[in-house]
Design a binder for this molecule. Structure first.
Ligand code: COA
Length: 258
């Protein structure tokens, strides 16, 4: 059985985790499919943006499938975590932009999936939480690292050490989510963002994404050098000339990704 519903909207795809009855939890089958979809879009150029959301109005993703986890040995848990970490890293390394559209609860691995996305949009009823310590574990899909890089160590520890759940408005204030969608307009808001991104030059968007991500851990001078290396990619591109031509001719640019 397929774990995701996939729909195409122009240059964007919407991936809906199809498991509302188990709160869209991450099972081994779901993870394998996610990995396959990430590899598929990353190996081509057609899909510029992916919106990941959850089926139903209760949960975006309730984290690891705890029912499946109960029957797993320690090596199997390790292997699962390994797969999750690799998949989330592949999503970050991709030229495709990922947007998490938080339709409800995002707990544990669900929050970690959202954190690995480039942007997060939340429905008013959405909640996020790294609840692992309440279960005797810690985030193992990059949550401690990505959250502290996103909002700083102090605010990250407030969430990670308490395991508390945070509503959409607080998540916006903390900077965990980028946008709060009006009631009933989550996908529309996420696809609006996808559209705004995908009308820009493909090489430029990818270079900008990687410049931000790869520069995060560098000292400023090294980061500035990295930015220059990424600039070289777009400097040599046909799309840079097209951008200038479109400006001069007062028309929208027609970018080709070359
Ligand atoms: N893995 C597997 N199944 C899950 C799940 C998970 N992470 N979270 C929820 N489910 C299942 C429940 O077991 C239940 O199944 P059942 O109908 O067979 O009993 C179904 O989804 C609905 O869950 P329920 O708790 O009745 O719904 P709710 O809307 O009242 O609460 C949650 C939803 C997500 C708040 C609650 O289920 C929960 O706390 N889940 C654990 C989430 C978690 O801690 N994740 C972190 C993992 S590190």
């Amino acid at each position: 059985m397929s774990q995701f519903k996939v729909e195409t909207h122009g240059a964007a795809e919407v991936w809906t985790i199809d498991g509302a009855s188990r709160r869209n939890a991450i099972s081994r089958a779901m993870l394998a499919e996610l990995q396959g979809h990430v590899a598929r879009v990353s190996s081509g150029r057609a899909v510029r943006v992916v919106v990941i959301t959850g089926d139903g109005d209760k949960a975006f993703c309730a984290g690891a499938d705890l029912k499946e986890r109960t029957g797993m040995t320690e090596p199997e848990v390790r292997a699962f975590l390994d797969g999750l970490r690799q998949t989330l890293r592949a999503l970050e390394a991709s030229d495709t932009v990922f947007i998490a559209a938080l339709n409800g609860l995002a707990l544990g691995g669900g929050t970690e999936l959202a954190l690995a996305c480039d942007l997060r949009v939340a429905a008013p009823a959405a909640e996020i939480g790294l609840t692992e310590v309440t279960l005797g574990i810690i985030p193992g899909g990059g949550g401690t690292q990505r959250l502290s890089r996103l909002i700083g160590p102090g605010r990250a520890k407030d969430l990670v050490l308490t395991g508390r759940r945070v509503g959409a408005a607080e998540a916006l204030t903390l900077g965990v989510v980028n946008r709060l969608a009006p009631e009933g307009r989550l996908l529309e808001t996420a696809l609006g963002l996808a559209q705004a991104i995908s009308q820009n030059a493909p090489l430029a968007v990818a270079a900008a994404k990687h410049a931000v991500d790869e520069g995060l851990d560098l000292p400023l001078d090294a980061g500035l050098k990295l930015e220059l290396q990424k600039y070289e990619i777009v400097l040599a591109s046909e799309d840079r000339k097209e951008g200038l031509a479109a400006f001069a001719e007062k028309r929208p640019p027609r970018y080709t990704g070359r």
